[in-house]
Every structure is written in structure tokens, then in C-alpha cells.
Design a binder for this molecule. Sequence first.
Ligand code: BGC
Length: 441
Amino acid sequence: MAQATLHFPSDFLWGTSTSAYQVEGLNPNSDWHAFELSRGVADDPLLGCGPSCDWWADAESDLDIAAEMGTNAHRLSLEWSRIEPEPSVFDREAIDRYRAILQACHARGLEPMVTLWHFSNPLWLVEKGDFNSDVVVDYFRRYVSKVVDELGDLIPKWITINEPLNYVFLRYLDNAFPPPSERGYSAAMEALVNLLRCHAAAYHTIKAGYPDAPVSAASAMNIITTRPRNNVLDRWFAGKLSHLDNDAWNDAMQSGRLWTPLGTRRVKEAAGTFDFIGLNYYTRFYVRFPPKKGIVEREWEPGAVLSDGDYGEVYPHGLYELMAHVTNRYGKPVYITENGAPDAADRIRPGFILDHLRQVWHAISFCYPIMGYYHWSLVDNYEWERGWTQRFGLVEVDPGTQARRWRRSAYLYQEICRTYSISSDMAEQYAPEMLDVMFPG
Ligand code: BGC
């Protein structure tokens, strides 16, 4: 068997990623809590957020775990509805709690990357129309300005908005996320434009306080394609979807022009508002046109390795393709801000981690500026409309007892982070099925 070790640069960031609503626990001021109540799932142990991972009371214990795992970075988000529970009323205790959490990251050698908005809104904002109305932009700027003043000294890297396209799709065109005041294509377009304006407002606000701090958004990017022999319409559709999913938002942060199949909108102030690419990557899927049902019907490669609950195909090479794509297109540093798989039994995760990191190593060897990798997620957490049915954690969580248990993947990630490398020995120990794929010869 070939023996090999693939080394990573000594300044590489090894991280994990979480978002506030998904780990903090009960937050009655958030639209997600209202959505759980309206669906009657708030108290359901499988579908309700409940105490989640109890981070509002104790994030520190899990940050201890992250440090013990050898990571040196963590991506987390702030909950707008906690910081500003009423319009213009800022909650001192909440701000102090976030200060403590950020200090806890620094104290453990975990560089925080902070997301300002990750899918959840204050209830009062929803009453004012949130992303259906451009009033959201001034409100968001006010919230960001408060965060910059109060917490900016502890935030070395910023993400303004998480996965805007995904959010708009799930909320305005699908029924998965909290219902907006108006659904449909034109409401979706308006919401996307308002998210872009919010991003631009946040970018400029952060830069006014901290001109050198890197700022970007995190985009969900997928490999979207057709089966090899599919027809020209399928290929056309896949091309359009792929451009929308993977390029539209990043292009808009570059040029200030947002292209969608519904038209192009100019948001001047968004031009040049990103210092790096935040790349969230999970899967590859095939599409056909017209879909048999819905807007997009995802199909997986026959025989593909799938993660739990039909979440998607495990396709590590897709990460390489996207890293190459964004580097060639924008020439900016790249952070893999999310990458992971739902896998309660930890059946595929060790191989998933090793092979995705091999792609990262490959990209770095070709001098692509890949600066860090944040695994989604450190701990099992509330997976939005799918509740606790999908488990993304390196560490298993029992939300009923708050017990933690390291999955084998956590021990693997620990070895990787501590040695800044992946190796054939690791593959042999944790994912022997990957040996021939990763280290042929
Ligand atoms: C989101 C996370 C989510 C993860 C797994 C990403 O799209 O940013 O909030 O938990 O995917 O589905």
C-alpha cells in the first residue's frame, strides 16, 4: 500500500461552523420560534429547537471541545432578535453574553468568524415586512452598527449574510421556511435585492469601523448538472441554475449587478463589497427540464454514496471544481465556510472529511488561495425544518440530557488539526474504503 502524508500550510485555519438559532436554544423573539409554534412542533423533541445545544447558557463547554479537537477557528453567528429584541432597544445582557462567547473563543485559541445574519429574524422586523420591504436595509444597518461598536474589537473576520439564495428559495418559493408576507417569484426577487442591499450596508458599516477586517457573505454552492446523455434543454436548465446558484450573488458583490432569470437589478453600493469568498459546499445533483414536480427536482448519480435522509450525494471532487471556479473568476482568498454531511451513525463522515480535505490540499498545491476549512458542524444541532432528524455534528448531542459523545470523525478531525495533515495512516484507520481512492498505487 502506498504511504503518504499530505501537508497543509502552517497558517491554515482549521475550524468548525455553527449558527446561533441552531445551537443557542429557546429564543421566543425569533421568527423561527414563531414558525415552530405555528406548526405545533415547538415542544416536539424531534422537530422543535427546544434547548438545542444550550449555548445561550453554556457555549463554553463546546468551545472547550473545539479547542481539545485541535481547531484554531470557529464560525458562529449572532442572533439579531437577541441583540435588538424591540426596534431600537438593545439588550445589554445579550450583548455582554456575546462578548463573553467571543472572548471564550479567543481564550481557547479559536479565531472567531462571525456571521451577522443566519436565517432568523426578530419578530418585530417580520411585522414591518422584513425582506419584502426595503425598510429592512436601514434596520439592518442600525443593528450592524451596534455590533461593530460593541463587539467589533473581538471579530477578526465577518460574514454579513448566510446563503441568501438558499434562504430566498426555501422561504419564498418553497414552504420550508417561515412564511413571508408575500410569496412567489417577484417577492423572491425583491427579497434577494434587499438582502444584497443589507449586505452592502453591513460591508460599508464594518469597514468604517475596521477598514482592515475581511468581510464577505457565505454562498451555498452546489455542482448542478445533468446526466451524461441528457438533452439540450436539460443542459440549458442546469447551466442557468448553476449560474444562479454559484455565481449570481458573488458576481453581484463584485459588480453591483444582480442577475437572475427574472431580470437584472443594479445595486450600486454592492459593487466591490467582498474581501474573500465564503464557500459552503455540500453536494452535487442532476436536474432535468421541465421538472416533474416543483421548481427543481434533484436526482443523484446512480450508485452514489448518499448521506442520511436523502440530503445528497457525497461528491468531494465538486469542492475542488468550485474552489477552482471561484478562484479563476474572482481571484480572492477562499474560506470553506461550511462543509459536512448528516450522518448519525458516522458511517460515511470520516471518508467524507478525508476526501474533501484532499481536494482542499490539491487546490492549495495548485496555488489556489484556500485559507481555511470550517466543518459543519462541531456538534449536532437544530437542522431547521428537519429538526433533529439530521445529525451533522462531529460530536453527538442528546438535546434531552445535553450529553456529548465524540464520534469517530471527531477523533479523526483532531488528528488532522493537530498535525496539519491528512495521511494514508488516517485513511487506513478511519476510512479504509477511501484508501485506494485517495492514495492509489
Ligand atoms: C446552512 C446551515 C444548515 C446546513 C446543513 C447550510 O445550508 O447554512 O444552517 O444547517 O446547511 O443543512
